[in-house]
Design a protein. Structure first.
Length: 345
């Protein structure tokens, strides 16, 4: 970027209106960022040579302005040229920093960092161990979680983030896809996210990662998968993807992408784990009218719903029951369960 001398405040001031060099120096200091430039040291801007130039130019022509004088100094005086050079560096640095800040804000508007934990998380010890093992590898350090909706894929990622203190940025695909009607806009957003991950050592979590296979694919452009593949071979980038079993069959059609990920399949948690989650939820939700001995009845009733998976359907039921209890409801368990999943019976 080309910068001109920043003389907008003083350039039209007539030279012959100034009594001595100190006045022009005060104007220069008001115009330039003096804290940075005039504190650099070794700036002999008050020497006799400069005074001589000032008086000579001031007396030679009544129409000479301060702007004329400063431009003259830039051409003839090494001290002032040094000031100008440093000033330009500061301006360029400020522009670059502003661009970086703007880019970071743009990227972070496309998702969020995992912060809260699931207080009711339980089990998954082996899965957490394998997840840690994979994400600590140096070469093939990307992980693909496969499981039906509701088995706890996102909860597992949250728990890993908690126990590892690793920063994980959740990419919200709906935000990445929004306002990308023109060719190249989606690709640019995705590349910015991946570059951000690389520079800041931030692990990415992309739920429904199978969406990337088709997004952006048009004549003369790349799909999301085409953009992702070269990045996930870089050891400085770690990606956790999540998809369902059926959608994994779609993802498997891109063998080059699949082999860049380690696979972790999540099935429903066991009844024992569901029980531990139930006990945690009783306390977390402050439920008073359910007891530990009610668990088997609730578990058996919830099992009848084949469309939902544990632990998601237990959490959904307990959350609704808690709200119902606070409102003074008197429905029995069966009625509350049907209310929770009324569209699935």
């Amino acid at each position: 970027m080309n910068y001109e001398l920043d003389l907008t405040k003083i350039e039209n001031t007539p030279m012959n209106s100034l009594s001595d060099l100190n006045e022009i120096l005060s104007l220069v200091k008001a115009t330039f960022p003096s804290d940075h430039l005039f504190g650099l040291g070794n700036l002999n801007i008050m020497n006799e040579n400069l005074k001589s130039k000032f008086n000579s130019l001031k007396n030679s022509n009544k129409n000479v302005t301060v702007g004329d004088f400063l431009k003259y100094l830039y051409q003839t005086d090494s001290d002032f040229k040094f000031i100008y050079t440093q000033y330009n560096k500061l301006k360029i640095s400020k522009v670059v920093n502003n661009k970086k800040k703007k880019l970071i804000n743009e990227v972070e508007s496309l998702g969020y960092f995992l912060e809260e934990k699931d207080v009711y998380f339980s089990g998954r010890t082996e899965e957490l161990w394998y997840m840690s093992l994979t994400l600590n590898r140096k070469i093939k350090n990307n992980l693909l979680l496969i499981g039906e909706p509701g088995v706890g894929k996102t909860s597992l990622v949250k728990e890993y983030s908690r126990i590892s203190n690793e920063e994980i940025f959740v990419v919200e695909m709906d935000k990445v896809l929004s306002n990308t009607k023109y060719r190249g806009e989606f690709e640019q957003k995705l590349a910015q996210i991946l570059d951000y991950s690389k520079r800041n050592s931030v692990t990415l979590f992309i739920d429904e990662i199978h969406i990337l296979l088709g997004v952006g694919k048009s004549e003369g452009s790349l799909s999301g998968a085409d953009i992702l593949k070269p990045y996930v071979t870089n050891s400085n980038i770690k990606v956790i993807g999540a998809t369902t079993i059926n959608e994994f069959e779609i993802l498997k059609t891109d063998r080059a992408l699949e082999r860049r990920f380690n696979i972790l399949k999540l099935s429903e948690v066991s009844k024992e784990v569901v029980y531990h989650i139930y006990i945690k939820l009783l306390e977390y939700l402050g439920i008073k009218t359910l007891k530990e001995e009610d668990f088997n009845s609730i578990y058996n009733d919830l099992q009848k719903n084949e469309y939902r998976k544990f632990p998601d359907k237990l959490i959904d039921f307990m959350d609704l029951y808690s709200s119902h209890e606070k409102m003074g409801g008197t429905y029995n368990l069966d009625n509350v369960i049907k209310m929770a999943f009324q569209y699935e019976y």
